[in-house]
Ligand binder design. Structure first.
Ligand code: ATP
Ligand code: MG
Length: 236
């Protein structure tokens, strides 16, 4: 329904002037797995978002570099997994930039490319619980809205502890109860995506042990891992 001043009501979140809604799901994708795709689909459909950009990092700041496959392999696997899925795009912005990847830089680049879009950063709760270690994380929180998604072994409600009082009032459950007015303080949405219990760590370990990856990754990704001999020595 139309709303004064250019707002329209769709589900419970307002849309301003018909702006496009873009979700950014960054990660190491070492490798991409069904848990990523399933969660991103739930967010795309539940929110809803017009598109989701899957953004593999170049060098992740918080991971041991020797365990991370070269960026071109990770990018290729993301392309294989996303191929043919509507509303999904692979974005090589961090890999093209090289060096360590920081969300604040990515956000600024994407914002410059889509100046009129509403940008939502999609973050698993495990990653969000470490957001206070991110470079300029307050600017990240101020510069867009966040959708924090559930993950087995972590509690969405713990997001309130990491942000403390300063940002605490921005946190809301999604779907929100009732309608969300344009002046609502909610900018961080906690969303239960009924996550799959899959991690890249487990996939690397299984590959190192010579076990199949059926049901954990896209078959094209499993084939790519085999053909390129990735994660062979992995027993972590
Ligand atoms: P690793 O085990 O190497 O840390 P990972 O499985 O956590 O890998 P990442 O590339 O680190 O994958 O994750 C990228 C983003 O996707 C993060 O925000 C993470 O929380 C989220 N994510 C990863 N797996 C899942 C899952 N199964 N369900 C929901 N979110 C997930
Ligand atoms: Mg992780």
């Amino acid at each position: 329904m139309p709303w004064p001043g250019g707002w329209t009501h769709e589900t419970t979140i307002m849309r301003y002037m018909g702006n496009e809604r873009i979700g950014l799901l960054g990660g190491t994708y070492n490798p991409i797995h069904r848990g990523h795709i399933h969660a991103a689909e739930r967010v795309r459909d539940g929110f809803p978002l017009d598109r989701v950009l899957i953004i593999p990092s170049s060098i992740p700041p918080h991971k041991r570099v020797e365990e991370v496959a070269p960026p071109e392999h990770r990018l290729r696997m993301v392309e294989l997994a996303v191929r043919g899925r509507s509303g999904f795009e692979v974005d090589g912005v961090e890999i093209r930039a090289g060096g360590r990847s920081y969300s604040i830089h990515t956000l600024e680049t994407i914002r410059a490319r889509f100046p009129r879009a509403d940008i939502f950063l999609i973050i698993g709760i495990d990653a969000f619980l470490e957001i206070d270690t991110w470079r300029e994380y307050r600017r990240v929180l101020d510069g867009c809205r966040q959708i924090v998604i559930s993950r087995p072994g972590f509690r969405l409600e713990d997001a309130r502890d990491v942000l403390g009082e300063e940002f605490g009032r921005r946190i809301c459950r999604f779907p929100v109860s009732g309608k969300l007015e344009p002046d609502s303080p909610c900018t961080v949405f906690l969303m239960d995506v009924e996550p799959l219990d899959i991690s890249s760590t487990r996939i690397r370990r299984r590959t190192g042990e010579g076990k199949p990856l059926t049901g954990l990754v896209d078959p094209a990704v499993e084939k790519y891992i085999k053909e390129n001999g990735l994660y062979q020595g992995s027993h972590e």
